[in-house]
Design a protein around this ligand. Structure first.
Ligand SMILES: N[C@@H](CCC(=O)N[C@@H](CS)C(=O)NCC(=O)O)C(=O)O
Length: 230
């Protein structure tokens, strides 16, 4: 059995999609990020960056294996199950890193300023909306003449899909990116993807927890992390 540390966000969906697609048994550990579950010492032992998603795989010989960072988790699960791993490993790593270092953080910051700290952030909004679109352009070019990023549907698509899925709520438009829009449509209709996006949907933070009222989540400091005893 795999324990899946999860909250219903785009980063959580990446791993939920893969688990659903592979049909492996998993036990969802729902995290309350706004209440600080990510700072509990037992979770930090699994995910030292104090963020979900993370997994603990008990279905292994010897000690359970824990994995944090969505790209590493997808890669681990693809290796474990023999499913959704593209043939070209080097291209796979490059696109996983691209998502984790570019599309993910830029979309995350855009989401922060659109949904959780909207007041007086004109430059921040402009900056991250521009970067979000720039990453859509990268994807648009990659998908020219291809249905999926590396040919067949694979973990790199699962990695990049969630933040493109929510373009509209992020105030972005896919009108200029027809290849991305078509790819998004193809992935969105997969039953496993729908199951993943519906997983604990009612627990989504739709702006109720925000920079004004939740200092634990939105004003993080080094001191806080350093003060947590193992
Ligand atoms: N690069 C990480 C990003 C994970 C991430 O940002 N998770 C957020 C939710 S979407 C989180 O756990 N936030 C809790 C916090 O910031 O305290 C990944 O792809 O796994």
């Amino acid at each position: 059995m795999i324990d899946f540390y999860y909250a219903p966000t785009p980063n959580g969906w990446k791993v939920a999609i893969m688990l659903e697609e592979c049909g492996v048994e998993y036990n969802t550990v729902l995290m309350q990020l706004s209440a600080g579950d990510q700072f509990k010492p037992e979770f930090l032992a699994i995910s030292p960056n104090a963020k979900m998603p993370a997994i603990v795989d008990h279905d292994v010989e010897g000690d359970p294996v824990s994995v944090f960072e969505s790209g590493a988790i997808l890669y681990y699960l693809a290796q474990k199950t023999g499913q959704f791993m593209p043939e070209n490993q080097l291209a796979t790593l490059q696109w996983l890193f691209w998502q984790a270092a570019n599309q993910g953080p830029m979309a995350g910051q855009l989401s922060h300023f659109v949904n959780y700290a909207p007041d007086g952030q004109d430059y921040s909004l402009k900056r991250y909306a521009g970067e979000y679109d720039r990453n859509l352009a990268v994807l648009e070019r990659r998908l020219e003449g291809r249905d999926y990023m590396l040919g067949e549907y694979s973990i790199v698509d699962m990695m990049a899909f969630p933040w493109a899925f929510i373009a509209k709520p992020l105030t972005a438009s896919l009108d200029r990116f027809p290849n991305v829009a078509a790819w998004r449509g193809r992935i969105k209709q997969r039953p496993a993807v729908r199951n993943a996006i519906n997983l604990y949907k009612g627990n989504q933070n739709r702006g109720e927890q925000n920079a004004q009222n939740n200092k634990l989540l939105y004003n993080q400091t080094a001191e806080h992390l350093l003060s947590i005893k193992n």
